[in-house]
Design a protein around this ligand. Sequence first.
Ligand code: TK8
Length: 352
Amino acid sequence: MKKFFLFLVVSLFALLLVACGGEEDNTGESQNGENVSASGDGEVKTIRAGIGLNQDHPQYKGLLKFKEIVEEETDGDIVVETYHSGQLGDDRSMTEALQLGSQEVTVPSTAPLANFVPEFSVFDIPFLFPSEEVADEVLAGEVAQDLLKKLEEKDLVGLAYWENGFRDLTNSERPVETIEDFEGLDIRTMENDLHLEAFKTLGANPTPMAFTELFTALQQGTVDGQENPYATIYLENFYEVQDYVSDTHHVYSPFVFLMSKQFYDGLTEEQQQIVRDAAIEAGEHQIKLNREANAEYLQSLIDEGMQYSEISDEERQKMVDAVQPVIEDFKDDIGPDVVDGIYEAVEQAQSE
Ligand code: TK8
């Protein structure tokens, strides 16, 4: 009798182990070695999310927020791997990787994105946005939102606008306080024809270059200067290789949170809504951090020994007037409706 009772207990214990092991299969390794999602409706999906800026930049903190939201909302059915500092490539090569399906998310500036959808160059129009508040209003509006939809023709899904910010000039040669001071400066620009033409018109010698090559180019003197928001200039340590900073505020750069269309189309409708909402919520978080950083870091640059030059309203107006012909020249390339639409949206936002 004792033997039978012992056999019963051992058998029940073994059954219990198998049952638990079966549960494990739904959330971990299944018999055939594949990752099975918690909901059991298929494999765990992985998002490889890469950016060009480093781990200290608000853009990466936004990516971590996206990861937190998506993994929580999907109960781990989608996991997000985050990469920074160009580990997966530069804006253009990572955008191409999304088109090929070898990467799932990147967050480029709109300037290089214009090489895929030319209409995005509308945001490279110098002095287009007078303030962050107007930029917010316009980017939430119909014209800017319609631009995101154009990405789908290029196997990309634009889920949200994030913020790079107002771009300011740095260089290692001299203070830049007037339009004449641009003369002959070798300036790295993003890979965007409108940026190139605008800096040529101001008298500089522009060189288009991927962001991943920029610090070395500044360090080796391949270029004299560059232009980026204060947060990038500080957090990427450009003050180590640049002596002068000017508040040119010549362009407001949005980022676009991009997802591979191939990957997006493979998600359930619920998962698509989750990643869409997460990109927007993480973007609000990133923009808040970015504005705090940009406000703080000009002083940090001065503390690190950079000489700061203010651009007077009179000198800035001379720059605005000088680049008007460039804007006219590019209007057809960008799309007259898009250019006119964005200007109307700016005027509307300013009147509110
Ligand atoms: C980072 C770039 C950067 C941009 C540039 O990947 O290239 O200067 O301002 O933020 O997108």
